[in-house]
Design a protein around this ligand. Structure first.
Ligand code: GDP
Ligand code: IMO
Ligand code: MG
Length: 428
């Protein structure tokens, strides 16, 4: 198995959890490189539904090791809660979880600052998950952030905490004492998990262990390449795997993009193929499109080849895992966006400027639906001809192979496309 990045190529919630869980059978380590508990990665095993937020999805396969990189921001109570919940459902954490000493801590004042997003209007109203993600990354870039490793050094932590509380007008001694002692205690609790992740991972790679780099969010939510400012505050794209874990690009041998058979977005910001009609509502119902973290209804629309091509280029994606094909089973007609019309010009690339994106009208191709149940189908041959046509057209438009097609949320509800880059990476 090659060391590959698995990431979302739309606005998140593409089904990364299912795909990472499936592939993690073939690796030794699953490593998260960015984001925080804004992520919600769903895995369904038998009758159990598990949503992972901060812990890498590999934790559900016994014996696999999981790494949280320096690029991740960590809310420690949320982390401990997630560990507790997983332990209760039978997951063993012994010698399996490794947390970077350089990851930044989401502090209570970050969460409070993020709540202000709810009251914001206009461009300021991103519709965040209110988990403190943006404010924690803001402090990191402002060089004020508190790192996990700082919690193990009382003097350093006291100094940094004091500055941060003062900056926010929270400098009452009682408040300082309370936060200080609580976070020193958190540091003690998670100490057994703390390592130098770059050192740990590179050693593992040198000794032949195989690593899957797990992305959170999606390319269109990337702070550099997404629909800025309606994005998250980290690099969800492939480059983030290097900076967020301390591994060189020469360590990565492939990039698998996870893509939904249609498109969804949760939170605000432009979304050219969004359906504001009964069809959009139907996709939401059929696809059960409600946020795995916040429960918010997801905005739904047709597949957008411009979005996907933008993501394929930025990430160097060489194979796609297409998910939720079965959700389209009941659609009479299916549309694919192949271009945008903007001021009477046909655009074939996703524009950088969001006000341009907001003025774009999608140009659609229409394909007949298959009106047949594809849920659980596990071979290409068993798919209806119209379904294969839809898949072929996506492959043509994107110019990238479909290495895997998902026909349901469970592990076994999957078609593996043989003799592809994807099967080569996995050695299957
Ligand atoms: P992630 O954030 O990319 O991991 O995706 P989410 O877990 O937030 O959302 C994907 C949802 O789709 C989850 O509820 C999955 O269980 C579900 N899912 C994944 N693949 C499929 C599929 O092929 N078909 C159907 N019907 N559901 C799927
Ligand atoms: P997974 O990993 C979908 C969205 C939020 C908001 C924007 C910024 O499950 O795909 P933030 O709280 O990160 O500052 O919010 O990003 N967002 C996601 N949307 N899936 C996610 O994660 C997301 N994580 C953040 O809705 O629009
Ligand atoms: Mg999700």
């Amino acid at each position: 198995m090659a060391n590959i990045v698995v990431l979302g190529v739309q606005w998140g919630d593409e089904g990364k959890g299912k795909i990472v869980d499936l592939i993690s059978e073939h690796v030794d380590i699953v490593a998260r490189y960015q984001g925080g508990h804004n992520a919600g990665h769903t895995v369904i095993i038998d009758d159990q539904r598990v949503v992972l937020h901060l812990i890498p999805t590999g934790i559900l396969r016994s014996g696999k090791k999981c790494v949280i990189g320096n690029g991740v921001v960590i809310d420690i109570p949320a982390l401990m809660q997630e560990v507790n919940d997983l332990e209760k459902s039978g997951v063993n954490f012994e010698k399996r979880l490794f947390i970077s000493d350089r990851a930044h801590v989401i502090m209570p004042y970050h969460c409070r600052a993020d709540q202000a997003d709810k009251q914001a209007s206009g461009l300021q109203h991103i519709g965040t998950t209110c988990r403190g993600i943006g404010p924690a990354y803001t402090d990191k870039m402002a060089r004020l952030g508190i790192k996990i490793g700082d919690l193990l050094d009382e003097e350093l932590f006291a100094e940094k905490l004091k500055i941060n509380l003062e900056n926010r007008g929270l400098n009452q001694p009682k408040h300082f004492k309370q936060v200080f002692s609580q976070y020193i205690e958190y540091g003690r609790k998670i100490k057994p998990y703390i390592v130098d992740v770059s050192y740990y991972l590179n050693q593992a790679l040198d000794s032949g262990e195989r690593v899957l780099f797990e992305g959170a969010q999606g390319t269109m939510l990337d702070v550099d390449h997404g629909t800025y400012p309606y994005v998250t505050s980290s690099n969800a794209t492939a480059g983030g795997a290097c900076t967020g874990l301390g591994v060189g690009p020469t360590r990565i041998e492939g990039v698998l993009g996870v893509v939904k058979a249609y498109t969804t977005r949760v939170g605000n910001g432009p979304f050219p193929t969004e359906l504001d009609d009964a069809m959009g509502e139907e996709l939401r119902l059929l696809g059960d499109e409600y946020g795995a973290t916040t429960g918010r209804p997801r905005r739904c629309g047709w597949f957008d080849a411009l979005v996907v091509k933008h993501a394929l280029r930025i990430n160097g994606v060489e194979s796609l895992a297409l998910t939720k094909l079965d959700v389209l089973d009941k659609c009479r007609q299916i549309k694919l966006c192949v271009g945008y019309e903007w001021r009477n010009v046909r655009l074939t690339q996703f524009p950088a400027n969001i006000s341009t994106v907001q003025q774009c009208k999608p140009i659609y191709e229409e394909l007949p639906g298959w009106l047949t149940d594809t849920r659980g189908i596990s071979s290409l041959e068993a798919l209806p001809a119209a379904t294969r046509k839809y898949l072929d057209r996506i492959q043509e438009l994107t110019g990238v192979e479909l290495g895997l097609i998902s026909t349901g949320p469970r592990r076994e509800e999957t078609i593996i496309n043989k003799n592809t880059k994807f099967t080569n990476w996995l050695n299957i």
